[in-house]
Design a protein around this ligand. Sequence first.
Ligand SMILES: [Zn+2]
Length: 337
Amino acid sequence: MLTILDHLPDGLLAAEPADLARLLGGPTLIHLPGRRERPLFVSTLLHGNEDTSWRAVRELLQRYERRELPRALSLFIGNVAAAAAGVRRLEGQLDYNRAWPGGEATDGPECAVMRAVVEEMRARHPFASIDIHNNTGLNPHYACVNRLDAPFLRLATLFSRTVIYFLRPRGVQSLAFAELCPAVTVECGKAGNPQNTEHALEFVEACLHLAEFPRHPVSPHDIDLYHTVATVGIRDGIDFGFDAEARDLSLPGDLDRHNFQDLAPGTLWGRQDPSRPLTLKVSDEAGNDVTARYFHLDTGGTISLRVPSTPSMLTLDLRVIRQDCLCYLMERLPCAP
Ligand SMILES: [Zn+2]
């Protein structure tokens, strides 16, 4: 199911995201040589409609078309079928960023592909791993890590001073690669924006030029570190919308302006029928239902935040909310020396 190549197929550097399925046939790992031997692993298009990853890597490879790369590059091009359809994933597919070893899903062709990528890369002793994404709400550019070791935070702060540490969801690429090398997920704002592509490109190129990661810790002045403590979803079967006469749950139409804001208890979160149980569902890092800890439903049907929290990934995209979640809730972490 996984195609492994040691060269760029003809036409690849002219390909749009929607062309990749025709050119590659499926998920593909391409090993390219460079001056330093241990490869930088870069993962693209795990979500088919997040085009910044492919555009950044394509432009990087165009720059080096007639020059040696400063370091070997192993490039994974993920969900090309979803990219051809312009969606995050196709119905019936597992999410390509939930199917990596260590996740809840272990069966299915997607899991077999991700397992093969990890084993192939384990043998090549990667220098670092970068997984590039877009999101759909109003978010700053930020990096995510799954370990708080100095090299992971160094890698993250090369992209942004805003860094999130998380352990859930499991089955994501950066968690699987954290076993092999410093690994980071970078969230580059909305798809289709050339400035976001430029930022991702600069970051990948800077990593290709790195000889090694400094071992000493990141200075607390250089990082805003958050810890994801909960995931907010909407219970199954709930009809919801923004500023809408949705049957069960109406959310404010500007909810995504709260991303990375430190919110106080009492912040308005939505309205619903007060005679029904809360239509939101909050899970902690262990997967426990902790909805009552975070949200309050009053007798008038107003849903408000119960404790101080900082959301991320709040989106107004109903499909993304249904396929993934409404947002994550975070706490600030002191940067431990
Ligand atoms: Zn994504």
